[in-house]
Design a protein around this ligand. Structure first.
Ligand code: ACO
Length: 430
């Protein structure tokens, strides 16, 4: 690789040399760790819009070109040819598995799908209406109490077991949360079924009924999970890394990621999109009226499922999801008016200067909710589905962090702008 020069920064009469980390593709990094010691200042970057928190070999995104690659493999190829567990293996271990490696990995995950019987009771302790993401976050954190011999992130074998346990048990947990919300009996995992098929079975199947599942729908859901599997240093992944940087165990770190993902500006957007489409339909107003409201910024209304911090061109995942939405809805005979509203919204927004100037395009969440809804998932389950998809990415990034000798506990600085010093005033004089 060509030697590229370090950066020189003038601060008053001092010149500080900032070391450069070469990227294999994309932006190089300029190290600012010595800014305070050598220049007496700190780097200020709210929202980390221009700050790399780590060097990573997991996922590459080029937001302008609409490129997403896991370990170098284009998302389009993985979505078309791979399976969710194969992609999980790729993300976590760095290479596509051989046949034997994949079989062993799938078998390990399969063997751990059951939840401890006492743990099943945990899901009955929350109100039926409680948001599944809150219950999931608590459930993931609670795993640390059942598997105490898998908590040390410095022990690769323990960490690997924790990763497999999380992958194995998350679908079971989500399906239990769904069943509890509906007041239906919990269904045990079925070793005869594949990972995604069994998740559908546990979520919708009944203990006393056989449930035929359309393989095309299993494949569509598996593919959606692949599309969500990693997205480099997004909000939830950065949260997982930050929590993990204190050597908190994988369950605690992933639970924190679930919390971050629940926010409407992140994973919660898929729910918000469907609420928005319902709202537009229920008002009966032309779609343009809603778009005008968004543009006026009147009530702080945003076009949910549009815009992305990194993609300033079409989100490559959104293109695949849009196609899948058409396939799934027509397969289920559910070509519905919400899809029509979504397509009209997209068409108007893509030709409107407000959105063009700000480079706002549909993101992965714009069409996923429609597919999940057609498959029978309630709106509140959309973000847990995102969490299930993102799990391999959280694990892969956590594992990478634990192996990276440059890792330090995450502890940002601040620029203090408050009162300098003042004397305490007794209550009677205030
Ligand atoms: N609708 C309308 N206007 C928008 C939207 C939107 N969805 N997104 C951004 N804008 C506007 C902002 O008002 C701002 O306008 P201004 O320059 O006139 O002030 C400009 O575009 C830039 O917006 P920022 O908020 O600065 O962009 P940022 O990169 O910080 O935010 C985000 C990205 C949070 C995704 C934003 O686009 C958004 O809120 N989108 C809707 C929520 C959503 O779909 N989130 C899912 C993200 S993808 C994921 O997590 C899988």
């Amino acid at each position: 690789m060509n030697e590229r020069p370090n950066a020189l920064l003038n601060i008053g009469d001092k010149t500080v040399e900032l070391p450069r980390t070469n990227a294999s593709i994309g932006n190089d990094g300029i190290g600012v760790s010595r800014l305070m010691a050598d220049g007496g200042v700190v780097a200020l970057d709210p929202g980390f819009t221009n700050t790399a928190s780590c060097a990573s070999a997991v996922t590459y995104i080029d937001g302008d070109a609409g490129i997403l690659r896991y370990r170098g493999y284009p998302i389009e190829q993985l979505a078309k040819n791979s399976s969710f567990l194969e992609v999980a293996y790729l993300l976590i271990y760095g290479e596509l598995p051989t046949q034997t490696q994949l079989e062993n990995f799938v078998m390990r995950v399969k063997n751990h799908r059951l939840l401890h019987e006492n743990f099943r009771a945990f899901f009955t302790a929350f109100p039926h209406r409680g948001h599944p993401m809150a219950i999931l976050q608590a459930g993931v954190a609670g795993m640390a109490t059942y598997y105490e011999d898998t908590l040390d992130p410095r022990d690769p074998a323990q960490l690997d077991t924790a990763a497999v346990l999380l992958l194995a048990k998350l679908p079971t947990m989500i399906s239990y949360i769904a069943k509890r919300a509906a007041g239906l009996p919990l269904t045990y995992p079925d070793a005869q079924r594949g990972y995604t098929e069994d998740f559908i079975q546990m979520t919708f199947g009944m203990p006393y009924q056989s449930h035929d599942i359309d393989p095309a729908l299993v494949r569509a859901l598996d593919m959606l999970l692949i599309l969500h599997a990693d997205h480099e240093q997004n909000c939830s992944t950065s949260t997982v890394r930050l929590v993990g940087s204190s050597q908190a165990n994988l369950y605690a770190s992933v639970a924190a990621g679930v919390g971050a993902l629940a926010g409407p500006l992140h994973g919660g957007a898929n729910e918000a999109v469907l609420r928005m489409l319902h709202q537009i339909r229920d008002t009966g107003d032309p779609v343009q009226v809603f778009v005008d409201k968004v543009k006026s910024k009147a009530e702080g209304v945003r076009l949910m499922g549009f815009g992305h911090r990194v993609y300033k061109n079409y989100d490559p995942r959104a293109a695949i999801v849009k196609e899948t939405a058409h396939d799934v809805l027509s397969r289920l005979g559910k070509r519905d008016e919400l899809l029509d509203i979504a397509m009209e919204l997209e068409a108007i927004a893509l030709s409107d200067d407000y959105f063009k100037e700000r480079k706002l395009y549909p993101n992965v969440d714009f069409y996923t909710g429609l597919i999940y809804s057609a498959m029978g998932f309630t709106t509140k389950l959309f973000t847990p589905l995102f969490a299930l998809g993102r799990l391999p990415g959280w694990i892969a990034q956590y594992v990478e962090m634990t192996k990276d000798p440059a890792t330090k506990i995450g502890r940002p600085r601040q620029v203090y702008v408050g009162e300098v010093e003042r004397d305490y005033v007794p209550l009677s004089r205030r």
